[in-house]
Design a protein around this ligand. Structure first.
Ligand code: AMP
Ligand code: GLY
Length: 417
């Protein structure tokens, strides 16, 4: 089997490793990939989606796996182009990926399908937004488009709301677009992933990410400073409720709306006092949740994704470990406001009962690994208990060094004790 994985981050490194470990030794390719990904998935030279898909066709690629969301909605859409060229793709077509690319589209879908979610109003200007807020703080403001994780602001007061609305409507920081004014929900967050194949689905191991830069959930929002995953993260009755009230109606809604879906769908949920509610959909696996979840997946992920992309969900191809998995992100100096490249990384030669996925690294002229981006590495370890996974993952993270390294010490601990 010849598989091409699209994306370049820690999530894609984890996906590529999991696919590489599938029985049957699939031959792997990546676009654009990274130096670390290229060690297991050969790089593909392409300039743009069309040439990428033409390359896939010319090189008899059996399966395209979409890691990163942006390609799903670029141009004609990665999955759409694959479909018109007869290449099975694990990842949804553009019209369905709007669930992630447009928060207004997602909100309309949720409301239409009576799936629990925060009340929201779409607004076109600062004045309209303030009218929708109606003096009720805290409020949540969401730019209606892909904004690399920077498009959401939870605003405790008018001043912070004004600052965000100024960025969107006056400075047009994210380009043109509306703002959703949303009711602020409270409760623990959980990321639930389902593999969806038309009208069937399978729920993967739930996870939780740590979004803030600093311990105690302090500091600015980031792409994610760590994650914890386990079947036991969410009590069984709550997971059953999530399935009944959220996952199933989502799958039915996609069918009803004529939105084809074959791929991972990420449900960003808040477990509010009145029940689980959807905060967002992402049309892909989470980053860094993927790095925590993949080591818990056993079996043949490659055949699973290929069968799914061809329209057959095969839960019998994989199974999930019962234990816990903890992922600690090592970030470079300045992250998340900026990042620093070129700091040499030491300690990567250590081996043990842990995995290291590369997110923002590259090989320098001496052949050493150095930082190359904000989130640099993901160190992941598992255990029968959360405590065991926590201590192993943090001990493994202690083995790695580079100048300016930042990490959280409470990943897997905060929000549990
Ligand atoms: P998103 O980019 O949609 O994942 O939102 C980023 C973060 O903002 C979420 O993980 C939540 O912590 C927070 N958030 C989003 N929507 C709400 C909401 N309606 N109420 C409270 N917090 C929210
Ligand atoms: N961990 C959040 C995300 O992948 O969007």
């Amino acid at each position: 089997m010849r598989i091409l994985v699209v994306g370049k981050g820690g999530r894609e490194h984890a996906l590529v490793r999991a696919l590489a470990e599938s029985p049957g030794n699939p031959e792997l390719f990546s676009f654009p990939g990274s130096d670390a990904i290229h060690e297991i998935a050969k790089p593909v030279e392409a300039d743009g989606l069309e040439s990428l898909v033409a390359w896939m066709k010319a090189n008899a690629i059996d399966l395209c796996v979409a890691g990163e969301e942006s390609y799903l909605v670029k141009g004609e859409g990665l999955a759409n182009l694959c479909a018109s060229n007869g290449i099975p793709c694990w990842g949804p077509p553009k019209q369905s990926a709007m669930l992630e690319a447009s928060k207004e589209f997602a909100k309309d879908f949720l409301v239409r399908n009576q799936i629990p979610t925060a009340r929201a109003t779409a607004t076109d200007s600062l004045e309209e937004a303030f009218a929708a807020i109606a003096g009720e703080y805290p409020t949540v403001l969401k730019f209606d488009g892909l904004a690399a994780g920077k498009g959401v602001a939870v605003c405790p007061d008018e001043a912070s709301a004004r600052a965000f609305l100024d960025e969107v409507f006056t400075q047009r920081r994210f380009g043109p677009g509306r703002v959703l004014v949303e009711q602020c929900l409270t409760g623990p967050e959980v990321s639930v992933f389902a593999a969806i194949v038309d009208d069937s689905y399978q729920i993967f191991t739930p996870a939780r990410d740590y979004k803030r830069a600093g311990d105690g959930d302090l500091g600015p929002n980031t792409g994610g400073m760590g994650a914890v995953a386990s079947r036991n993260l969410v009590p069984r009755p709550v997971l059953e409720r999530i399935e009944r009230e959220i996952v199933l109606p989502t799958v039915e809604g996609l069918r009803r709306d004529g939105l084809p879906y074959r791929g991972f769908l990420y449900f960003g949920l808040m477990l509010t006092p009145s029940g689980p509610q959807v905060i967002e959909y992402n049309c892909r696996f989470g980053d860094p949740e993927c790095q925590a979840v993949m080591p818990l997946v056993k079996g043949d992920l490659a055949s699973y994704c290929l069968a799914g992309a061809k329209g057959e969900l095969r839960p019998d191809f994989i199974s999930f470990d019962d234990g816990w998995s903890v992922c600690v992100i090592l970030a470079s100096a300045g992250y998340p406001e900026s990042s620093r490249s070129g700091d040499v990384i030491t300690g990567l030669g250590n081996t043990g009962d842990f995995r290291v996925y590369h997110a923002g690294t590259r090989r320098n002229d001496d052949g050493d690994w150095e930082t190359h981006g904000g989130r640099v590495l993901a160190v992941v370890s598992g255990g029968a208990t959360r405590q065991e996974a926590v201590s192993k993952a943090h001990a493994a993270a202690d083995l790695i060094h580079f100048d300016g390294l930042q990490r959280r010490r409470d990943v897997g601990i905060l929000n549990f004790d």
